[in-house]
Design a protein around this ligand. Structure first.
Ligand code: UDX
Length: 437
């Protein structure tokens, strides 16, 4: 099939490469000239494991190109919209200006029978509105909503073999012509057994909001338990292991620590609350306000722990922060708990050095006032306290004996509860986890 992918960020670049890998002819379109130049040279403009190899592999087949020119969409029959929907400044709601602009720019190039497929996370009701806008320009084009569930760090795998495919079509009917087209687009994963559900627009849009709200709730639930464990002297990691053995609960997404961040969960639960309010269903989602509040409290808690471990004052304390990305295997620092904690510590008088294997350039753009050190060992030298805030494998594997020889005071706070307290204490460290005695 001939496919356009509009928006080549964390979602679109991976989607474009994966669609080409599935055998389609793909053009990725983005307004950002730098991104287009990088992708055209088979270089990933951000860190995503496996993406660069995939770009090289598919570009050698000639099935994948990138451009800034929307006219390249003309002649293609399926057009994916993969642009961002960030949080509006000073509001909870999502900023739909990129989705609207992409749709408006694409519309003049649509031919009768073309299918526009929305993948961006949008407030419920957006698909119906966009279908109207598109059909004002090309009455015989159709629109489907096909939300994306990929996780950064696993995006290639999640796109090539997703755990489910959801097609939102106007009447929610299996017989809608868009279903056949999408089945052809996703023929390979469907053949591999990926379940697919056909729904109406509103349900498809809500599936994404509901899934992310559930994940955020699960993390905040365990972090709330961590608060109780802290008060009671119990261990939240053992508690999670024990409740996680109940199949109905499950152990995944029950890792207590400094909480969730990133470009999706925080802004998605907020825009979901805002949209529910507009629909008169705000009461249904007031619990998400608490989910958000519990999550933000974890960051404050980590700053308090750092102050405590430094003897009551952060002034002049040299603190090393391991990890700046919002999670490992990503260079994404959007709403990163690690960076926000680092910035708060610095504001309160500490001298903070941040290290991370991939995200330092992005971090420095966001918080230029922090010190960045790409070399982990160097970053540890002379530290009064070390904070493990993003659980990259190399930090999990850090040797406490070797590290003790680098720092000034062997004090470590494990913001992700991934280090072995016994091992660190045996090497002479003061160890504190979150929600652990
Ligand atoms: C999320 C959803 O998982 C994905 O399905 C959706 O498409 C986009 O949003 P992503 O933002 O890539 O994906 O990250 P995810 O793996 O969900 O992690 C989100 C945050 O939660 C990270 O900051 C992570 O460190 C944190 N987290 C995760 C925890 O604090 N505890 C856990 O147990 C799991």
């Amino acid at each position: 099939m001939r496919i356009s992918v509009i928006g080549c960020g964390y979602l679109g670049a991976v989607h474009a490469a994966c669609m080409a890998k599935l055998g389609h002819d793909v053009v990725g379109i983005d307004v950002d000239e730098f991104k287009v130049a990088e992708l055209s040279a088979a270089r990933a403009p951000f860190f995503e494991p496996g993406l660069e190899e995939l770009l090289r592999e598919v570009q050698s087949t000639g099935r994948l190109t990138f451009t800034t020119d929307m006219a390249a969409a003309a002649g293609n029959s399926v057009h994916f919209i993969c642009v961002g929907t960030p949080q509006k400044k000073g509001e909870k709601a999502a900023d739909l200006s990129y989705v609207d602009a992409a749709s408006a720019a694409l519309a003049p190039y649509l031919a009768a029978g073309d299918l526009v497929v929305g993948k961006s996370t949008v407030p419920v009701g957006t698909a119906k509105r966009l279908a109207g806008l598109i059909q004002e320009v090309q009455p015989d084009a159709r629109l489907a909503w096909n939300p994306e569930f990929l996780r950064e760090g696993h995006a290639v795998q999640d796109t090539l073999s997703p755990d489910r495919l959801v097609y939102g079509v106007p009447d929610g009917s299996e017989d809608h012509e868009a279903v056949e087209v999408l089945d052809e687009v996703y023929a390979a994963p469907l053949l591999g057994g990926t379940p697919r559900l056909v729904t109406d627009y509103a349900t498809a849009e809500l599936v994404k909001s509901a899934a992310n709200s559930f994940l955020a709730t699960k993390i905040s639930f365990i972090n709330a338990m961590a608060e109780v464990c802290e008060a009671a002297g119990a261990d939240v990691t053992l508690l999670a292991d024990a409740i996680g053995l109940d199949e109905r609960i499950g152990r995944k997404f029950l890792n207590a620590g400094i909480g969730f961040g990133g470009g999706c969960l925080p802004k998605d639960i907020r825009s979901f609350m805002a949209r529910a309010g507009e629909l008169g269903a705000d009461q249904a989602l007031t619990f998400l306000r608490e989910v958000d509040a519990i999550n933000m409290r974890r960051r404050t808690k980590m700053v308090e722990l750092a102050r405590e471990i430094c003897g009551g004052s952060l002034l002049g304390q040299r603190i090393t922060v391991l990890g700046a990305a919002f999670k490992p295997n990503s260079d994404d620092v959007r709403d990163s708990p690690a960076l926000s904690i680092a910035a708060q510590l610095q504001l309160q008088g500490a001298v903070v050095t941040v290290t991370d294997p991939e995200s330092l350039a992005n971090a420095a753009r966001r918080f230029p006032e922090l010190n960045y050190q790409p070399d982990m060992e160097e970053s540890l030298r002379g530290a009064d306290a070390v904070l493990m805030l993003t659980e990259w494998q190399q930090y999990r594997e850090l040797d406490p004996h070797a590290a003790a020889g680098l720092v000034r005071s062997p004090r470590i706070l494990d913001g992700r509860n991934v280090l072995d307290p016994g091992k660190w204490r045996a090497a002479g460290w003061t160890y504190r986890g979150m929600g652990r005695p």
